[in-house]
Design a protein around this ligand. Structure first.
Ligand SMILES: Nc1ncnc2c1ncn2[C@@H]1O[C@H](COP(=O)(O)OP(=O)(O)OP(=O)(O)O)[C@@H](O)[C@H]1O
Length: 423
């Protein structure tokens, strides 16, 4: 039996069509994340599911019961809602608000039972608001109020829980704590939650529903939906999607469109490894510079970044020394480059060739992030070669800001002039 089943849902506000042909279902115990750009209809979908707005057409079933046939009281026994924000007119205490979660179960003229009281106390403890039980909800912070509403929803013991960015006001530790509690406490409930933070959605949801232009653009497990292509198509931004090392779920890195620094025609070869070059590659690539990199091992995270960005990368299979063929491609790249940036990568016998070849290109070398000492695993050769580069006047740059200002300064041109390159 599906906990939620929605078919052919259309919603309008006046003449404006907000949602069209929405259809999906949720199993008991499943958590579904609703994501999409501002104004794509996420809140409207939750409002239709909680009968705050009436759909123009379509059906919503909760545990095989048509929502249209349920009384408010019956609906409240099935579904709890945590809205984005709520204006509370009266000076209710936190406990009074949380107790409202029990109203669908309390007879009309009956008062709250000891069991109801215990359920509310536990819900407040879970949401870490028990110390505020007797405080007015108008005298607590926005994040605390959000946790009170979560406590009210937990007290309702719903079969379906609808959350509209319910953790958006919470600090990072409360976000994780509350989402974990919600998942644990509602193992048999189906949770449908709006998220703006795609990484949070990826971490907690079984499936993601991605909205675009009133319709479902994609729905499925996070790895199928949170792809670079889908994010570009829906949000119009370029991102890097990686696999989280601990959870195996996708996580998304934004690519910032930094202010343009050097002329876009500047060719830069980046010598990096072990993740030291990813941020710089991303920054300079976003500025439209022509980047090449390598030689890198194909298991290296800098290799993966280069591939994702579509940067030309000279590579070797895992655990292989740098081949003669790679060295000759590297020399070609270094000859064509206006600038060579050497990062503070770990240098061992396997990749020392990257440094040896620099001998013929000293004028073009800039060293980046070397202040923490050379990571020399080559028995001293890397240190000797790099010290020699410093002796020949290779610039040392320590921060991305310094690199940006160097790239947009006359010094780059002077360096290019000195190295005989055409600007
Ligand atoms: N009461 C209303 N009357 C008319 N139009 C509305 C109303 N509420 C929302 N809209 C419009 O419906 C569209 C969808 O709004 P909705 O709040 O569902 O989007 P959302 O995806 O939740 O946005 P956000 O990410 O900004 O919270 C928007 O264009 C919005 O302006």
């Amino acid at each position: 039996m599906k906990a939620v089943e929605i078919t052919g849902l259309d919603v309008r506000y006046g003449a404006a069509r907000i949602l069209e042909e929405i259809a999906f279902s949720a199993e008991q115990g499943e958590m579904i994340g609703i994501v999409g750009p501002n104004g794509s209809g996420k809140t409207t979908l939750l409002k239709a599911m909680s009968r705050i707005v009436t759909p123009e057409s379509g059906e919503i079933y909760y545990n095989n019961q048509d929502m249209a046939d349920l009384t408010f009281r019956q609906l409240a026994r099935e579904v709890a809602v945590v809205p984005q924000e709520i204006a509370i007119q009266f000076d209710y205490t936190v406990r009074e608000i949380v107790t409202m979660g029990r109203h669908p179960f309390i007879g009309r003229f009956a008062s709250e039972s000891r069991e109801d009281h215990a359920i509310c106390t536990r819900a407040m403890k879970l949401a870490s608001v028990d110390h505020l039980a007797e405080t007015s909800v108008n005298a607590i912070s926005g994040g605390e109020r959000q946790r009170v509403l979560i406590a009210r929803a937990l007290a309702q013991e719903p079969k379906v829980l609808l959350l509209d960015e319910a953790t958006s006001n919470l600090d990072i530790s409360h976000q994780i704590e509350i989402l974990s509690i919600i998942r644990r406490e509602t193992v048999r409930a189906s949770i449908i939650s709006v998220f703006h933070d795609l990484n949070l959605a990826s971490s907690y949801c079984d499936r993601i529903l991605l909205l675009k232009d009133r319709q479902i653009h994609a729905m499925g497990p996070p790895a199928e939906v949170l792809t670079r292509e889908n994010i570009r198509a829906v949000y119009g931004v370029d991102v890097i999607v990686r696999k989280h090392p601990l959870t195996g779920r996708p996580y998304i890195l934004l690519m910032y469109d930094h202010e343009r620094g050097a002329p876009q025609s500047t060719r830069i070869h980046i010598l990096c490894g072990g993740g030291t070059g990813s941020e710089l590659m991303q920054t300079l690539h976003a500025q439209g510079m022509q980047i090449t990199t390598g030689v890198l091992n194909i298991l290296d995270s800098d290799y993966l970044t280069a591939k994702e960005l579509g940067i030309m990368v000279i590579s070797e299979p895992p655990f292989s020394p740098i081949s003669e063929e790679s060295v000759s491609i590297l020399k070609r790249c270094l000859t064509e480059a206006d600038l060579i940036i050497l990062l503070n990568m770990p240098i061992g016998r396997g990749n020392i060739e990257n440094i040896r070849v620099l001998n013929g290109y000293k004028e073009k070398v800039v060293m980046y992030g070397m202040d923490s000492g050379i990571q020399d695993y080559s028995g001293g050769e890397a240190t000797r070669l790099i010290t020699d580069l410093c002796g020949c006047g290779a610039l040392r740059i320590e921060s991305i800001q310094e690199m940006q200002s160097f790239l947009s300064s006359k010094r780059l041109h002077e360096k290019k002039d000195k190295s005989g390159m055409i600007i």
